[in-house]
Design a protein. Sequence first.
Length: 330
Amino acid sequence: MELVTRSKRPGMDCSIDVYYEENTGFSEYLNDKTTYKAVLVERGSFVVEEDGQYRLITSPAAFAMNEKAELKIISERGIKSRTLYFKPTILRDEFTIENLNSGKYDRFFSALPDGKALTMNEKLALLIDGDVKFDECFSKEMIYQDALLLSGFCGRGRDISFFALSNEANDALRRFFCSIRYEVNAQPDNFWILRIRHFIEEILFLGVADFYRDFRQDEIYRDPLVVKVIQYFWANMGEEITLATLLKEFSVNKNILNDAFNKEVGMPCMSYLENLRMAHARTELQYSDRTISEISLHCGYSDTNYFAKVFKKHLGLSPTEFRKNMKGLC
């Protein structure tokens, strides 16, 4: 399939290398070898295999794929996704995939003291702190800034980059994806292509703007049983989960399950679930406006008092005290 959008406007006989899809599950064209893909995962979770290991991605999340990427999904639960296909020439005509892969625009990445092998975040921090002069990295035509926007797709040594999203980032990405959907479908005037280009730039900017925070989802697991159980935990976070439930769900005995978890994450599976729920509770208390009783239910505890007891055991503070402290820091 040709992943392009053709103009429906009278007198505009053209097409652009942009294609938009919404899916229950994932698009069947994710491994297309001619385009970059930006994917927003609004709901659900999935497991991908990478060199015999497994990565669990939970929503809300996003990932960027270049033309070389091979996404091997081995398990998915309740996925709702939005996919944007585009060629980087939508930003600049000279940004062909061949040019980007040639190293032609790597001046930004090489303009660092002592040839240090630094991460993208460290490089950006050097720029912001003034340790590297901007004129060492950027041309007057702004071409290197534009190339930097594509660093999630090339320049990091990875063909796929996964990102966990805050609720705010998820909302922002969703607005941009929906705006592109509208422009692609409605083409309300002769400026629809310019607006699509603008929204793509906004999506790409989100990937490099929060340089001081690492949103990549980098948890790698070696045991497929462990990653599938953890995926089940995320999918059923608010439900009662017992060891008996897990043994039945995965047709495994207690010793095998706990041995797998102890080897992979250093604790039995139910201890891992408790830690996972407490980590989720911390995030909810810090960033959401849900009441403590709502968070308790959302984390799988019908008894708010018991939830508070478990939380204090892990954090040394009650949920109320923790939330108060976090708001004080803000």
